[in-house]
Design a protein around this ligand. Structure first.
Ligand code: ADP
Ligand code: MG
Length: 688
């Protein structure tokens, strides 16, 4: 039988060169591509619901006669039509309407409408339903559930439906290649699964389909996750092919470093350090993810890894997501490594002119051993003499490609540098199995001794004055506090303004306190000065934007107020809260929320109150916000699957690994085809 992948979309009725070109922009060139353009969701237009049976919030088809139609002038002008079907009446309401529409909706006309039922001014109503006029009652309804396809511009829903239903008819005489090894536990053949998802029968459970749990969806989700897994695996292999410098342990240097610390590493830190040390000793590039809760001491682990590479005569690049965090790393590493005679260099987006030229020179000559900075380290003109290790302190912000582009700055002649990725907060296990399948994982599952959990309370913003009094009382007892302002706007400028206004207000309310302000728009030197003064205890209350989110470490600070916490994700809140609870004093976090809270907001803040465990909070975050938000990769498309979704398909992940292993051993020649099928022209992982 012919392969459906060999038939061009031009085969279909109505597809000329223009439409073919538009389809190509969606990665759709042949009929197989088209069949893998899968619906996002479905509507049930297979039944007419009696008006008496309408319930709020449900999408329905109704049919009835217009009994009255009128333009009403309330708060907003609207066109209103009352429809009756013998069981009851319901109101259709249009806020935007044309003269022609008004003309069409006349008393006595028979209408069929589709839309959502909601509660309006006159009881149950439908706002802007789709509708058409009927000649007679009893015209046929749709025979399948109606698929809604992902689309942006140029191709409408009806066009997608038409094309896909045409493509389905080709399944009778052409086959869609089964690429997975036979005999897996799935009840649906590939062709049957595609048929089902493009045209589900009227008795399909919308509920089950919505949750992605229909066996046909599971069959495809499995294949999609396998494709993703294989592509990450291939990436890993490509990286490993190049080899890496062998960097064996240097016990003397490492011992003298650990001896210089004011504390001893926890056993979890020791274990993870040993894992990294073993990786670095091998002639293959390390690809390792270190996960640990806020405050678990990831910096020390990074330092231990850096030292091993430096002691072997190689350079190390340490990259942080924000300038503040990079600066803090600079201070820590400088204090640790300067006495050991290690030369360091700084490079951020703000390093300009002669300073930058000198930095680039020292990096290129190998004079600089440890280079610390921000994204600026990625730039093309940054050339390393002998780069042995790249450490990325990630905060969920760097995509696979960015990670790769730094390892392309390879150590000359010795393959790729080793790579260590540290996450700011834990990532749910299932999510890291998918998003970081190309990395080995180490977990720091222990906090340094003496940490006390942060007591968290939720207080309504209407009680803000009480909270201000509480800050005054705490500071009077010598404690230090953070007041964190959040804004939805991504704009630094607006965030800065809001923080400035809050600082002014707090200075007026609390004239006796030394209050300082820090935000992303300040000059690096000014920020540094403020942080240093806060660290030294000269500032009692630090008003901040979320720039302090990551990494900032002041152990005497034991109170944090977060304004509008409902705007933030759980991982970010947990990360912020992790700024307190670092010293011996009992610490508190006040979530000063704006009511009313959405139910999702309530659950998120509730989870913060309940738990201080980053691993638990990460799972909750995934459940409440989904993987794109949790990984912070929504824009990069990294986790945008067609059918698969997490956590809905967590239960498939074991099978994903088994099937991927089988593909690699039984039919490695199909790997490319599987990856191509699911990533198409949008392939994100092939470029190495
Ligand atoms: P994170 O994992 O959030 O990056 P840090 O590396 O910033 O955590 O460490 C948090 C704080 O704990 C720092 O002040 C650090 O010096 C301290 N710390 C790290 N390891 C230990 C340890 N083994 N014992 C005591 N304190 C430690
Ligand atoms: Mg850190």
């Amino acid at each position: 039988m012919e392969e459906i992948g060999n038939l061009s979309v031009r085969e279909l009725r109505g597809v000329g060169p223009k439409l073919a070109e538009k389809l190509a922009q969606y990665g759709v060139n042949d009929l197989e591509d088209l069949l893998f353009h899968l619906p996002l969701r479905y509507q049930d237009r297979t039944r007419i619901t009696p008006i008496a049976a309408l319930r709020e919030g449900v999408d329905v088809v109704i049919e009835g006669e217009i009994r009255a139609a009128d333009t009403v002038f309330g708060r907003r002008r609207s066109l209103v039509a009352r429809i009756q079907d013998g069981t009851g009446t319901v109101t259709l309401r249009f806020f935007h309407f044309s003269a022609a529409q008004k003309n069409n909706l006349r008393t006595g006309t028979l209408l069929r409408c589709f839309g959502q039922v909601r509660r309006g001014a006159s009881g149950l109503e439908m706002y802007h339903p789709e509708y058409r006029t009927l000649q007679d009652a009893g015209e046929p309804v749709d025979e399948t559930l109606t698929p809604i396809y992902p689309t942006t511009e140029g191709i409408g829903q009806n066009q997608w439906r038409n094309l896909c239903s045409q493509a389905l008819t080709y399944l009778r005489r052409a086959q869609v290649a089964e690429l997975l090894p036979p005999d897996n536990a799935f009840t649906y053949e590939l062709a049957a699964a595609l048929q089902y998802l493009h045209a589900p029968p009227p008795d399909a459970s919308l509920e089950q389909m919505r949750e992605g749990q229909h066996p046909a969806q599971l069959r495809l989700a499995l294949e999609e996750l396998v494709a993703h897994n294989l592509s990450l695996y291939r990436l890993r292999q490509l990286q490993q092919k190049d080899g890496a410098p062998e960097l064996p342990p240097k016990p003397q240097e490492q011992a003298s470093f650990l001896d210089s610390l004011p504390f001893t590493p926890t056993s979890a830190q020791r274990r993870v350090l040993a894992e990294i040390s073993a990786d670095l000793s091998r002639p293959l590039p390390m690809l390792r993810l270190v996960q640990g809760d806020v405050g678990s001491g990831k910096t020390l682990v990074a330092a231990g890894a850096a030292l091993q590479a430096l002691a072997n005569g190689y350079q190390v690049a340490l990259m942080a997501p924000t300038e503040i965090l990079a600066e803090q790393h600079w201070q820590n590493f400088h204090a640790w490594f300067e006495p050991m005679g290690i030369s360091m260099e700084w490079l951020s987006g703000r390093t300009k002119g002669a300073k930058r030229a000198s930095a680039l020179g020292r990096i290129a000559s190998g004079e600089a051993g440890l280079v610390i900075g921000t994204h600026a380290l990625f730039q093309d003109d940054v050339v390393f003499a002998k780069l042995g290790l790249v450490i990325v302190d990630e905060q969920h912000r760097f995509g696979v490609h960015q990670r790769l582009s730094l390892t392309e700055k390879s150590a000359l002649g010795t393959g790729r540098p080793h790579q260590l990725v540290m996450t700011a907060t834990p990532i749910p296990r299932t999510l890291s199995m998918v998003a970081y399948a190309d990395l080995d994982c180490s977990i720091i599952d222990e906090l340094p001794p003496g940490r006390q959990p942060v007591g968290t309370v939720l207080i309504d913003a209407s009680r803000r004055d009480e909270v201000v009094d509480r800050v005054a009382a705490a500071c009077a007892r010598g404690r230090q506090a953070y007041w964190v302002c959040t804004l939805i706007e991504e704009s630094d400028a607006l965030q800065a303004q809001a923080a400035e206004a809050t600082a002014e207000e707090l200075r007026t309310a609390l004239p006796e306190l030394n209050i300082a302000l820090i935000h992303g728009r300040m000059k690096a030197a000014d920020k540094e000065q403020v942080m240093a003064a806060f660290k030294a205890g000269d500032i009692a209350l630090l008003v901040a934007t979320t720039v302090i989110e990551v990494g900032v470490d002041v152990s005497n600070a034991s109170l944090m107020i977060i304004e509008n916490p409902e705007r933030l994700g759980l991982a970010q809140l947990h990360q912020l809260r992790g700024r307190v609870g670092r010293g011996a004093a009992a610490s508190h976090c006040v979530l000063l929320y704006q009511s009313p809270l959405s139910s999702n907001g309530k659950q998120r803040l509730g989870a913060m109150r309940e738990s201080n465990d980053g691993f638990y909070i990460a799972e909750k975050d995934l459940e409440l916000r989904g993987p794109g938000e949790v990984l912070g990769t929504r824009q990069t498309g990294l986790m945008e699957f067609r059918v698969a979704s997490l956590p809905a398909h967590d239960h498939l992940l074991e099978a994903v690994h088994t099937v991927s292993d089988r593909v690699r051993s039984e039919c490695p020649d199909r790997i490319d085809a599987i990856i191509r099928r699911w990533t198409g022209t949008r392939e994100q992982f092939a470029r190495v």
